[in-house]
Design a protein around this ligand. Sequence first.
Ligand SMILES: [Zn+2]
Length: 333
Amino acid sequence: MHIQQTQIERKIHLNMNYYLGIDFGGTEIKIGIINDTGTIIIKNKYVTDTTKSGDEIVAHIADCALELIGKSGIPKSAIKGAGIGSPGLLDPEKGLLKVVTNVPQLNGINFAEGIGSRLGIPAFLDNDVNAMTLGEFFFGAGKGYKHIIGLTLGTGVGGGIILNGELHRGASFTAGEIGHMSIATDGLYCPCGNYGCLERYIGKDGIVTRFTAFKNKGIETSIDKYLEDGKITPKAIAIAAADGDKLSTEVLSETGKILGIALATLTNVLNPEIFIVGGGIANAGDLILEPARHELIKRAYTIPARAVKVVPASLKNDAGIVGSASIAVAKLK
Ligand SMILES: [Zn+2]
């Protein structure tokens, strides 16, 4: 089903390589085609019908992609490959989905083979945060760097690690779980089973909980002016902070400080050249990133801390499609 269609008119170059990006999520699927400079040629959004079986979902995604390729005017032979970015636990080497929490009928489905065989082009699967990090590496803020750590700040805190120009997936393909770094000895319980995980403090709920605790203590704030449906959200806190609300600024600053503690550890362990921070909460920009830089410099070894950059992600709304397509770019470049 079509929600919205945006077609960017661009001249199709037959000697150029194209890549299909499929950004799969529990509620919607974004599909697009990029050229080898990372420009989106055509894109569309579709609904994930969770009442359907796993095989039907695979067939639906492939049908949507084939329709989009048809509309683009790009011959299928010029599309070198498809990259699929998905949440959940997966095996990128086999192209297999293992645990997709919100769409459990996909557990055990070979997504890459199922979609790729229907499309008639090679398809590759990876998790959505690795996809975002690859997208920034090839076409965004990470262009020209070899040692990159991508972070997404949202409901959860995700991470993708590129070392020596290659994605670092680890022995069980679970590397990059930055949100579950322990940052407190006797910290808050985390659904992963641990106590004191980073995500519990600077994920969406963590930020709101910290803000609410201060507000309930009677600390003055103008947050009520910025609420949608009366709910305190990181977005409302960011808007209030930009408008001069002191408590909001302090909570975001503290968020940046906690992020900086994690970045300092990552800097000492991995010595990256650049941290690229994306996700909804990162829209608060320097209100979070500046205290993070400060804390990083304060805590990490001087040489790697002074050298590493902390920057916002640059792909923004197209990060999902460009990132997913970049999974194929990484395999086929
Ligand atoms: Zn955890």
